[in-house]
Design a protein around this ligand. Structure first.
Ligand SMILES: Cc1cc2nc3c(=O)[nH]c(=O)nc-3n(C[C@H](O)[C@H](O)[C@H](O)COP(=O)(O)OP(=O)(O)OC[C@H]3O[C@@H](n4cnc5c(N)ncnc54)[C@H](O)[C@@H]3O)c2cc1C
Ligand code: FES
Length: 363
């Protein structure tokens, strides 16, 4: 009993001390101006200490991916901190592997600037821009997915690779929030950006985007994302999407056929019922011009009242398993809910694809 009381007292003391330190840091500590050096002196930002690294970079127009808007739940905002970052926080460890931790990788939304810092950022990210845009078109694709198109006003054009995404700024209850949306318009359409956005009930950004109408102003940043389409024309491309994960597939397919009209490409798309099918007719027209384009839609629950479907049924990874023969030189891009991605990766590996040939965005 005495041990229990001792543990409770000591535990209570630690908790009170931690709360005291947090309160003191928030309201009493002033860090003053700090310097954040980027890429070995290629630029040095003068910032006010006390805020997060992510916010300081954003204020200085260095746009780091931050799909969860800085909540520490996406793990996208990784930046290498060479000096001045302090110890890794418990909120960062779930997103960092051992190699990353040893190399100084950190989550920019969790690291606070308390002293001068030195960081490394991939050159690609230094080219990410903020765009003032205007909604030019809104179209319903399904009961909960809208196609939304933005004309870019300033700057007027975007450089993007198929499979990349932009971040939309939406008004949140405590200030602006940022969410990632894959670009569905092909890379050669540089003057506008098109998205496919599913309405998440109660979701801040998706509700905002679904409420937009032609003429509304929007702020976005981009383009982000690692996917690089193989330049080898003999390499077959396999796109697998589910739910609202169609956008990057559309970008990849149209960009691909503009450059390589004879290239072999599969599109597998999984959704629940005929009410969730979109772009199928458009792709069928495209396949008439490009016979090496093969389309497989699979419905997991096709037999609603009045519905008819003569295509594939069941989960999409089963259709991938059925249609792909092993051993072909391939690159794959997957986009959709995490369980779908995991199941498709297993199938693709059984067909001979390596990790390096499989790219994915889970959402
Ligand atoms: C790289 C990347 C690309 C993406 N591309 C697209 C895209 O092309 N189209 C698209 O529609 N979305 C896409 N997303 C998802 C998108 O960024 C948002 O997460 C989504 O729109 C929800 O944001 P919200 O602000 O509306 O919801 P929030 O306000 O963030 O969330 C509200 C509630 O919904 C839950 N929630 C959040 N996301 C989902 C979800 N996807 N399904 C179910 N519940 C959820 C949250 O846990 C929370 O409880 C992408 C995400 C990533 C990381
Ligand atoms: S912005 Fe999502 S974890 Fe940092």
């Amino acid at each position: 009993m005495i041990y229990l009381i001792a543990i409770l007292v000591i535990g209570g003391l630690f908790v009170s001390l931690a709360i005291l330190l947090l309160v003191a840091e928030r309201y009493l500590v002033r860090y003053g101006p700090c310097a954040v050096g980027i890429n070995e002196g290629s630029s040095v930002l003068k910032v006010q200490g006390g805020g997060t690294l992510l916010a300081a970079l954003y204020e200085n127009k260095v746009f780091i991916p931050s799909a969860c808007g800085g909540k520490g739940s996406c793990g996208y905002c990784k930046v290498m901190v060479v000096a001045g970052g302090g110890p890794i926080l418990p909120t960062e460890t779930p997103f960092l592997n051992r190699v990353e931790m040893r190399s100084g990788m950190r989550l920019a939304c969790q690291v606070k600037i308390k002293q001068d810092m030195e960081i490394r950022i991939p050159e690609d990210l230094l080219n990410v821009k903020q765009y003032q845009a205007r909604v030019s078109l809104v179209r319903e694709l399904t009961r909960d997915i809208k196609e939304v198109e933005f004309d870019l006003l300033d700057p007027e054009a975007i450089e993007q690779r198929p499979g990349q995404y932009v971040q939309i700024q939406a008004p949140g209850p405590e200030g602006p929030v940022f969410r990632a949306y894959s670009i569905s318009s092909p890379m050669y359409e540089k003057r506008h950006v098109q998205l496919n956005v599913r309405l998440v009930p109660g979701g801040i950004a998706s509700t905002y985007i679904h409420g937009l109408k032609a003429g509304d102003p929007v702020v976005l940043t981009g383009a982000y994302g690692e996917f690089r389409l193989s330049e080898d024309p003999d390499r077959e491309i396999v796109c697998v999407g589910g739910g609202c994960g169609m956008a990057p597939m559309r970008n990849i397919i149209y960009s691909l056929y503009r450059r390589w009209p004879d290239r072999s490409c599969w599109l597998f798309f999984g959704c629940r019922s005929t009410r969730d099918v979109f772009y199928l007719e458009e792709y069928r027209q495209l396949a008439k011009q490009h016979p090496n384009f093969k389309i497989v839609y699979a419905l997991s629950d096709p037999l609603g009242p009045g519905e008819s479907w003569d295509g594939e049924t069941g989960f999409i990874h089963l259709a991938v398993d059925k249609k792909l023969i092993p051993g072909i030189n391939r690159q794959a891009f997957l986009c959709g809910p995490p369980p779908m991605i995991e199941a498709v990766i297993d199938v693709l590996k059984s067909k001979g694809l390596t990790d390096a040939a499989i790219f994915y965005d889970k959402f």
